[in-house]
Write a protein that binds this ligand. Structure first.
Ligand SMILES: Cc1cc2nc3c(=O)[nH]c(=O)nc-3n(C[C@H](O)[C@H](O)[C@H](O)COP(=O)(O)OP(=O)(O)OC[C@H]3O[C@@H](n4cnc5c(N)ncnc54)[C@H](O)[C@@H]3O)c2cc1C
Length: 141
């Protein structure tokens, strides 16, 4: 897999073809995402600019939404207002990669236990993940 330093695009071989993403992050309301023609063209242009490849046809395009909290950190923890509801959201583009760790954090918080020891060693505390940190945010911003 090739990923540029500025995270403007990445590509990798996939099922006999090339999988290319412009790594774009256009703000969007929750909806069934569809690939925007301009974003597809941007992916092609960035690939061609960085390589000797010449794209003649895009055989398939796809889009999805990555979910971010305002500070771009995951939201993990019990809701302050709704008893028994625990958040595990806002994993952005890293929810697959982080799921083993975040699910352990979530399980600990549901049990009322501290975050697992490896979180503490990395200096991550429950307050930094808690939904409470976003309570006063304007949901539209
Ligand atoms: C384009 C794109 C690229 C990504 N690339 C990466 C990557 O390279 N590496 C990485 O680590 N992460 C990546 N991610 C992020 C990752 O996919 C997410 O962070 C992760 O899937 C979130 O997991 P989740 O279980 O919280 O939510 P989801 O995977 O969204 O699962 C939620 C599930 O709940 C179901 N659901 C929704 N509403 C209801 C309902 N009312 N009743 C019952 N079921 C319901 C949905 O159908 C869905 O199956 C990417 C995301 C996108 C969009």
């Amino acid at each position: 897999m090739i990923d540029d330093v500025a995270e403007e695009f990445y590509f990798k071989p996939d099922a006999g073809r090339l999988f290319v993403s412009p790594a774009d992050a256009s703000p969007s309301a929750p909806l069934d995402a569809y690939p925007d023609d301009l974003d597809v063209a941007a992916g092609v242009e960035r690939l061609e600019r960085a390589t000797h490849l010449n794209v003649t046809r895009v055989s398939h395009s796809w889009a999805g939404l990555r979910t971010f909290a305002r500070d771009a950190s995951p939201v993990v923890g019990l809701d302050g207002a709704v008893r028994g509801f625990c958040w595990l959201a806002g994993q952005g583009g890293y929810g697959i990669k982080t799921s083993p760790a975040l699910s352990r954090a979530c399980a600990a918080l549901i049990r009322g236990a501290p975050l697992p020891e490896d979180f503490a060693r990395l200096g991550i505390c429950a307050d930094e993940l808690s939904p409470d940190r976003l309570r006063d945010c304007d949901p539209g911003s």
